[in-house]
Design a protein around this ligand. Structure first.
Ligand SMILES: [Zn+2]
Length: 201
């Protein structure tokens, strides 16, 4: 975060050039579609889309892992911690249209714990890039596994994919559900506790 400030002008310059280059390609697409690039509603679409891509794919800029602090488990808490219904937006790597929904993230600590607000930070980090739901699910659980070394971790993601709903087979409202788990969650009883917590209203 501090590095952004230190070299703000350099970053701005580089970013400006990238916006220009992406916008140029976007203009070519707009023309190729037979649209009038001078239409008032399209005149700045090239630049708007370029800026939007850089914002939505910002996870690519931040390095390979989200910066998240963990803490020693001083209370020796040994039960399940779950954050559920965490909303997210991502972009399908195959079609560059959104998929979005909510994630349920749980772990059982061993020696380290993590601030609850960090779950959404981790999710967003991996969501803000061209992505696959399966990979997103694995990356979040993998992050918990490698940074907390918990007794177990599990992630369930429910999402709607606009590439499924708007084109091809057209299944409006269909949800794709993925899950990934580690450690203690391989036990049926632990998974059942997860699903119990999920079912509570
Ligand atoms: Zn897709």
């Amino acid at each position: 975060m501090s590095q952004g400030q230190a070299s703000a002008s350099g970053v701005g310059d580089k970013e400006g050039k990238r916006v220009e280059r992406i916008a140029r390609h976007m203009r070519a697409i707009i023309s190729e579609l037979g649209l009038d690039i001078n239409d008032p509603n399209l005149r700045e679409t090239d630049v708007r889309v370029a800026k939007m891509y850089l914002e939505m794919f910002h996870g690519l800029e931040e390095g390979s892992e989200p910066a998240v602090t963990t803490f020693p488990n001083e209370e020796d808490y040994q039960h399940m911690v779950m954050e559920r219904d965490i909303p997210f937006y991502s972009m399908c790597a195959h079609h560059f249209v959104p998929f979005y929904g909510k994630a349920h993230i749980a772990y059982i600590p061993e020696d380290r714990i993590i601030g609850l607000s960090k779950f959404s930070r981790i999710l967003e980090f991996y969501a803000r890039r061209p992505q696959l739901q399966e990979r997103l699910t694995e990356q979040v659980v993998g992050f918990l596994e490698s940074n907390l070394q918990p007794r177990g971790a599990m992630v369930v993601i429910e999402a709607r994919h606009l590439c499924v709903e708007m084109r091809g087979v057209r299944k409006p409202g269909a949800q794709t559900v993925t899950s990934a788990l580690r450690g203690a969650f391989h036990q049926r009883s632990v998974r059942e506790e997860f699903l119990d917590l999920l079912a509570r209203s």
